[in-house]
Write a protein that binds this ligand. Sequence first.
Ligand SMILES: [Mn+2]
Length: 406
Amino acid sequence: MAENTPEPHEHEHDHEHDHGHHHELWPEGFWVQPPRLGKGLEGHGAVDDFNKDRKPGPIYVNRRAEGGFSGIQTFAKLPVCLTPEDLVAGEMDVAICGVPWDSTAGGRSGTNHGPLAIRMCDYVGGYGFPHSHLDVRVDALADLNVCDYGDSPIKVGNTPATFEGIRKFVGTIVESDAIPIIMGGDHAITWPCATAVADHYGYGKVGIVHFDAHADTGDDMHGSLASHGTPMRKLIESGAVPGKNFVQVGLRGYWPDQELLNWMDTQQMRTHFMAEIIHDGFDKVLDRAIDEALDGADRLYLSLDIDVTDPGYAPGTGTPVAGGLTSIDVLTAVRRLAAEVGIVAMDVVEVSPPYDNQGQITVLLANRAIREALTGIAMRRRGLITPRYADPRSLWTEPGTEPPAN
Ligand SMILES: [Mn+2]
């Protein structure tokens, strides 16, 4: 882990009283899925079925410096880890993985194709090429051990079993001390993913900065507790991530109603609506969100619903809402949070390739957002945590003067 990342807390959550209080939420005759995410990591699904005797460690599946258009397309041509033992042997800092699941979405489908599309939109490649970010002159792929961990097992048609499997799969990453970067999938997966992170660092110890057009705090969707409109509610109700540990950015449109907004207030959620961004400008609101994240929980989980972005920049998504952030807003926010606050996990969700345009605007943005997170993680390790840091060589310098100090 990064030198300036604090030590993990003891596992303070008492698993004995996990979910019992949920029974009052199941009215008679109401079709619900029990909020059972299971316990422990047994049967976690991060297995290598075909190479049982190989030495653990990252597997290089590409020749050096192949372009993104050739060879085996892992994320950024990164080596593959298939098991927790691979992560440990490779001393992985970050494990990028997919959760190809779209069965809890209420709008357009297709987010199960997100992880593969985000990997495959890459035309440059990455691993084996110099990869220094021009804004900050940091090469995350040189500084960090990063792998592609493949995808979480999915049990089609079975939400409880799938979500338990997702929690275990992501659990193997955090248990290995790597940072999971998770490609969704619809937003319901944040429930099991953030639960896995809270299992590791402690219930109540993790905060979420949540970029989204939607609050995702619904009690249920058409009677189902697991849905892409409810994950934040389920995390609050289970105690994994208390409401006061949420910072939400970008909410707009026509939902939630006042009653639900009142509930969010009683949970002490901190919500920055699009109206505030229009009124004060994105940079000022992002500064506020970063201050709140620094002031809040010990560990930060970053949840990026791509639909926080205006559909003009991100049409390939399940429930687009016009009037959102720009690509630059989103990318800046991800890098700043990773560098200035530090993240222990991230998801990028609601990318639906079938609704993307032919130029793949949306998957390219998601791919780049992950690279910005990697860059921010590497910046934090180097101590580049000044607000809005940029390398002086990448800023304007008056001819004949020294570059500006940062
Ligand atoms: Mn959304």
